[in-house]
Design a protein around this ligand. Structure first.
Ligand SMILES: *[C@@H]1O[C@H](CO)[C@@H](O)[C@H](O)[C@H]1NC(C)=O
Ligand SMILES: *[C@@H]1O[C@H](CO)[C@@H](O)[C@H](O)[C@H]1NC(C)=O
Ligand SMILES: *[C@@H]1O[C@H](CO)[C@@H](O)[C@H](O)[C@H]1NC(C)=O
Length: 235
């Protein structure tokens, strides 16, 4: 009986993969090509099968780019292929740039999901590696600052309920503990993200290495944004 249930679970997981719906594509950053030490850098966990905007605005000073992403999961000759389509327009139209990952060959040179004009604890984005995985719930490395974006589909009939759960999770931007992001433009400043031992998310912003301001950026589920809820927390 037990093996029958497991068999059914595998079947349903397979069919979800085949339709490319409802799975999360997780990008976990590492400094070396084995992806086996402590995660370090910027990562994402992104729902497949939906058009996603503003993936990077959190780290681009709120500056909105018109480009959008769509992730699709397909089977090809017994391999699971994760395709990321980066469209020039916000509604996933236009001619996309395509990145493909074979599920199982998981440690790759970091794909540029979002161009951020900065260095990350002294490294360029391109010197990072990324572990790519699929899961039914979003996954983040421990002890990281996560900004989650959730859809408004919250299950309450009048739409008034503020819920941020894995059921309406759309994407998360993940910054590992103590990552220092150094921007040169329009002036030189740094943002360091951290998690305190009791799980509060902080940013320490410094101008020219002197004037610093440390702020609590933890945010409970809020619906200020017209097209969804956001939440900032430590994983
Ligand atoms: C990126 O930063 C450099 C300085 O490091 C600046 O010269 C350049 O204009 C910036 N590019 C954009 C697109 O903001
Ligand atoms: C978390 O720890 C900080 C000091 O590190 C303290 O100021 C704050 O009150 C604590 N917060 C909670 C919710 O326990
Ligand atoms: C940080 O901010 C959150 C949300 O406003 C609040 O719930 C929490 O108590 C704050 N924590 C600290 C340590 O100030």
């Amino acid at each position: 009986m037990k093996s029958f249930i497991i068999f059914l679970l595998i079947i349903s997981f397979k069919s979800i993969i085949a339709f490319g719906q409802g799975l999360f594509v997780n990008f976990v950053p590492f400094l070396t090509e084995k992806c086996n030490e402590e995660p370090f850098g910027i990562g994402f966990s992104i729902l497949s099968g939906v058009c996603i905007n503003n993936l990077g605005s959190f780290l681009q000073n709120g500056q909105k780019t018109s480009s959008s992403w769509y992730f699709e999961i397909t089977e090809y000759e017994k391999s699971t292929i994760i395709s990321g389509f980066n469209y020039p327009d916000s509604d996933c139209s236009g001619f996309p740039e395509v990145s493909r990952f074979v599920y199982g060959v998981e440690c790759v040179n970091s794909p540029v999901i979002v161009p951020i004009n900065a260095t990350f604890s002294g490294y360029d984005f391109s010197s990072y590696y990324t572990h790519v995985s699929l899961s039914k719930v979003p996954m983040f490395p421990d002890d990281s600052v996560v900004r989650g974006v959730y859809s408004n589909a919250d299950g309450s009939s009048d739409g008034s309920g503020d819920t941020c759960t894995f059921d309406n999770f759309v994407y998360g931007t993940v910054i590992t503990n103590n990552l220092l992001i150094k921007y040169q433009f329009p002036f030189e400043y740094t943002d360091t993200y951290s998690c305190s031992s009791n799980g509060t998310a902080y940013i320490n912003m410094c101008e020219e290495n002197e004037k610093c301001l440390k702020k609590n950026i933890s945010l409970e589920c809020n619906s200020d944004e017209s097209n969804g809820h956001t939440q900032i927390f430590c994983s």
